[in-house]
Ligand binder design. Structure first.
Ligand SMILES: [Cu+2]
Length: 178
């Protein structure tokens, strides 16, 4: 049965999350409490495989149903002429990531069509700048990739491309849980 207690517990946990995550990669993304968006999954344990094609600048689908606890294996293909991302997160997470991607493009580390290999380990403020979040995959034009994710059902999630301007152009879809 529902009671107020689990809600209070969940609130306290999320209020503490920024402290607990201070050294983690997501703690540096912003000031908001880090929501429980789920975790990387094992492809062999996926309940479904979902194939999605990425175009300039939209996804083949604009909504996907997921159940709490479900593991989806995504097969992604970029048929566009630009670099695109498939990132699973909340709207505020995407907003933060868009700020990072803008920085990466502005610094020359990334272009509209691909990543640029460069040593940025001694560039102030750029030491941690790399694109290796487990909830995201970046695909060059013509490239294919995979991502497996286990959904918690605890957060309102979107799949989005955070390349500058793409989200705003409509390169975003929603995960609806029911
Ligand atoms: Cu894009």
């Amino acid at each position: 049965m529902f009671s107020i207690r689990p809600l209070v517990a969940a609130f306290c946990l999320s209020a503490l999350a920024p402290l607990a995550m201070a050294g983690g990669s997501h703690g540096s993304h912003g000031d908001e409490a880090t929501p429980n968006i789920g975790q990387p999954g094992v492809a062999a344990q996926a309940t479904r495989t979902v194939s999605i094609t990425l175009y300039d600048n939209y996804y083949e689908v604009d909504a996907l149903d997921v159940k709490a606890g479900e593991t989806l294996h995504f097969e992604l293909k970029n048929e566009g002429a630009l670099l695109h991302e498939f990132n699973i997160g909340t709207a505020p997470m995407h907003k933060n990531h868009q700020r990072e991607m803008r920085k990466m493009v502005a610094s020359g580390m990334m272009t509209e069509t691909g990543m640029v290999e460069m040593d940025h380990s001694n560039m102030p403020g750029m030491e941690d700048m790399k694109h290796d979040d487990p909830n995201s995959i970046l695909l060059a034009p013509g490239e294919s990739g995979e991502l497996t994710w286990t959904f918690s059902g605890d957060a309102e999630l979107e799949f989005a491309c955070n390349m500058p301007g793409h989200y705003q152009a409509g390169m975003v879809g929603e995960f609806s849980s029911n």
